[in-house]
Design a protein. Structure first.
Length: 286
């Protein structure tokens, strides 16, 4: 079981200190969002280089920690064209240097489904989709040039908000560089929770070949039995304390995607080790 964690779970720290902390907690890999996690090096756009990437990778490597994926979470449907262009350029920089960090993937989500609800009220979802398709076509082409994966994370309430939408994107942007960053919790909402087993099975049966990384966490209702955060589930809890059918997920994961990278998220630094221990137990018993 390749179990890692989002590096910035422990805050923004000097690289060597962060690498030691991750290793001490028992993780062997990280999802690394440079601007959120690296505290002693300026990783802003334009400052990255192969040498800098090698330095960070080597620092983690000395602690036995591998960078599994770079997290570069942009808004690919940003309504301001200049802001969107800047986001695209930042993501491209990560794609170009991913191999120098020792990994082959860069991950992102896809922006709110309601981004264009005011400017295009009658067809905001389709307009947002057209912007997403244009952005992903450009990023997929760049990823292909560098032989890396564009890891997309569908999220309920986002432009890419279901497995069907992921399949649609693959049909409209037929690039082998596009991979599925599968987070079952992020795809669940109040409507989908009762059919989560079907959704999880669907992911493995129809998109297993596209899965490149798994996000591990749990979810629950907020106070009063309602979704916290205006319709969204509460995610900041240890694995094992929520409503996700973890036994099914990790049984299918063990069967269909052995040795895929798994990255814990949605927990505090204090919850991380307990969540990892629970997850290892669930996986071993699957």
């Amino acid at each position: 079981m390749k179990l890692g964690i989002l590096a910035h779970t422990y805050g923004k720290l000097p690289t060597a200190e962060l690498a030691r902390k991750v290793a001490e907690e028992g993780f062997t890999s990280v999802q690394l969002a440079l601007l959120k996690a690296i505290g002693d090096i300026d990783c802003s756009p334009g400052k990255l280089s192969p040498g800098l990437a090698n330095h960070i990778a080597e620092t983690f490597g000395r602690e036995g920690v591998r960078i599994a994926i770079l997290g570069c979470y942009i808004d690919p449907v940003h309504p301001d064209k200049e802001a969107r262009r800047a986001e695209i350029q930042r993501f491209k920089e990560h794609l170009r240097l991913a191999r120098d960090f020792g990994c082959g993937m860069v991950g992102t989500e896809t922006g709110s489904i309601r981004t264009y609800s005011e400017s295009h009220p009658s067809n905001y979802e389709e307009h947002g989709w057209s912007v997403l398709r244009e952005t992903m076509s450009e990023l997929a082409e760049e990823a292909e040039k560098w032989g890396v994966k564009l890891a997309l994370e569908p999220v309920a309430g986002h432009t890419l908000h279901s497995l069907d939408h992921f399949r649609r994107l693959l049909a409209e942007v037929p690039s082998s560089s596009i991979g599925l960053l599968f987070d079952a919790c992020n795809l669940l909402n109040e409507e989908r929770l009762p059919v989560q087993d079907e959704m999880i099975r669907d992911a493995f049966e129809t998109l297993g070949d596209r899965m490149v990384l798994i996000h591990a966490k749990d979810l629950d209702f907020g106070e009063g039995g309602h979704w916290a955060g205006g319709g969204q589930p509460r995610l900041d809890r240890p694995i094992g304390d929520g409503l996700l059918n973890k036994e099914l997920l990790y049984r299918l994961l063990k069967e269909h995607k052995p040795h895929i990278d798994i990255s814990i998220e949605g927990v505090t630094a204090e919850q991380a080790k307990r969540s990892a221990d629970t997850l290892r137990q669930i996986y071993a018993q699957a």
